[in-house]
Design a protein around this ligand. Structure first.
Ligand SMILES: [Zn+2]
Ligand SMILES: [Zn+2]
Length: 468
């Protein structure tokens, strides 16, 4: 049904703008093969079989020989039975006719049926999927092995649409299709296009910051026919046909996922939270240079807190800090953290520190952690600064930018030391363990590294102007 999804795209719902956006041409060859694949034919046992496991049906024939199984299958493509092993009672085998021979698979059950990685609700589904896979991999092995060599992926970005136009058109086409109460298949097509068009639009959006982000692929079972957004080929099989990125929704074959560049553009709808979200993922999702929590909190602190005694050292009420966190998770950049709601500035500094502590990968990443600690141990001050500078360059761009921005802010805090009594060393004590954590969480390492963590932050603040 490749044709039908194409026609629904270039046809009625989006026709007026069709010349601006060329939808990729989905390749239907593998879809046709899936349609041609032999269907399962269950050969039932005429009599009752003793010791039949309750999760098998009448396709179970008990302990019979291979030869007997062969005979029962009668040379019919797709015919299958289950039997118990003669040599190893308690072990079960699926005997299946394919390619004019009988294939035997050791069959497992743990609540679901499986012979390999994929797990199925029923034997019928397992055999259906098995036949599709066997058929496609036999008929098209060479085609499949070359699938990734000519991707459509790079061409998707060539559309010259502005994001507004795209979203207007998408909402229109979606509404229209709802009005027309289209079939599920057409719905799928509309959804598929939206992720591609979104990508195309974002590629051409001047405001987006060019940070690299890897996709977050997870094995996925697609309902209805789906095409790979990397190679444009059909994703065959009954379940677990491919992988989907949980951050941006990109759908590709498992084998294609290894070739997709690190250009994930997370979809705000898929990013549920602000706190505890990977830093790069968050900035890509919000299309900002830094996590917006950092910008908003720092703006608030600089507006009314720079002279506050013990700024960042004094802690605010935990409950109120949790409130701010919830407000950011719920309202995003619209979160209200003004003095009218949180008059105590220590709530805001607490919320900012909590944001850094909650990051799954700290601002100073696990990868660079030990290099920073090593740099801190250098006794010659000039060499130490040089070493710190070198390691800074290894940080992911979004982490680097966040750190740079924070250090400029902390420098301002120290410039108000006579009022707030916070110097770079005090701030180092506060921010050291907040910004950097050892990859292996051992109390001993943490204790041992503490003074170097403090020193690193102190160096970053004091030398902010030359380091960044
Ligand atoms: Zn992605
Ligand atoms: Zn693919």
């Amino acid at each position: 049904m490749a044709a039908s999804s194409n026609s629904s795209l270039s046809g009625s719902s989006v026709s007026s703008d069709a010349e601006e956006y060329q939808p990729p041409i989905w390749k239907s060859y593998l879809y046709q093969l899936q349609q041609e694949a032999p269907r399962p034919k269950r050969i039932v046992c005429p009599g009752e079989v003793e010791n039949r496991p309750k999760y098998y049906g009448r396709e179970f024939h008990g302990i019979i020989s291979r030869e007997k199984a062969d005979e029962l299958l009668g040379g019919v493509e797709g015919a299958y039975i289950l039997r118990e092993s003669q040599r190893q009672p308690g072990c079960y085998t699926l005997a299946l006719r394919f390619g004019n021979q009988t294939l035997n698979y050791r069959l497992f059950y743990d609540g679901k049926h499986f012979v390999g990685e994929k797990r199925f609700e029923s034997i019928h589904d397992l055999v259906t999927d098995g036949l599709i896979t066997l058929y496609i991999e036999t008929k098209a092995s060479e085609y499949i092995s070359k699938m990734t060599t000519n991707p459509i992926y790079e061409h998707i970005g060539y559309a010259t649409l502005l994001r507004e136009k795209v979203s207007r058109r998408l909402s229109r086409s979606k509404n229209e299709s709802r009005k027309a109460s289209v079939t599920n298949e057409e719905h799928t097509a509309v959804e598929k296009i939206s992720s591609l068009v979104r990508r195309a639009a974002l590629t051409h959006n001047d405001n987006h910051f060019n940070y690299e982000k890897t996709h977050n692929f997870k094995v996925h079972t697609f309902r209805g026919p789906h095409w790979c957004e990397y190679c444009a080929n059909f994703m065959w099989g009954l379940i677990a046909q491919g992988v989907r990125c949980s951050d941006c929704g990109l759908n590709v074959h498992k084998q294609c996922s290894k070739h997709v560049p690190n250009d994930c553009q997370p979809d705000l709808k898929r990013i549920k939270k602000v706190y505890c979200c990977d830093l790069t993922t968050l900035v890509k999702a919000h299309n900002t240079q830094r996590p917006m929590v950092v910008d908003i909190c720092i703006r608030e602190i600089e507006a009314r807190g720079l002279k506050s005694e013990g700024l960042y050292r004094v802690s605010g009420f935990t409950e109120h800090i949790e409130d701010v966190k919830m407000a950011f998770d719920r309202d995003g950049e619209k979160a209200d953290i003004s003095a009218s709601i949180y008059p105590d500035i220590n709530i805001i500094t607490g919320a900012l520190k909590l944001y850094f502590r909650d990051l799954p990968i700290p601002v100073i990443t696990y990868d660079t952690y030990s290099k920073f600690i090593e740099a801190a141990k250098i006794s010659n001050a000039d060499e130490r600064l040089e070493a710190v500078h070198e390691v800074l360059m290894l940080l992911p761009p979004a982490h680097y930018e966040t750190l740079r921005y924070l250090m400029i802010h902390l420098k301002k805090v120290t410039m108000n030391e006579k009022d707030n009594f916070m110097n770079a060393e005090n701030l180092g004590i506060v921010f050291g363990p907040t910004l950097m954590r050892p990859p292996e969480d051992s109390t001993l390492t943490t204790l041992h590294d503490m003074r170097y963590q403090k020193l690193i932050v102190q160096i970053l603040i004091e030398n902010e102007d030359v380091l960044f």
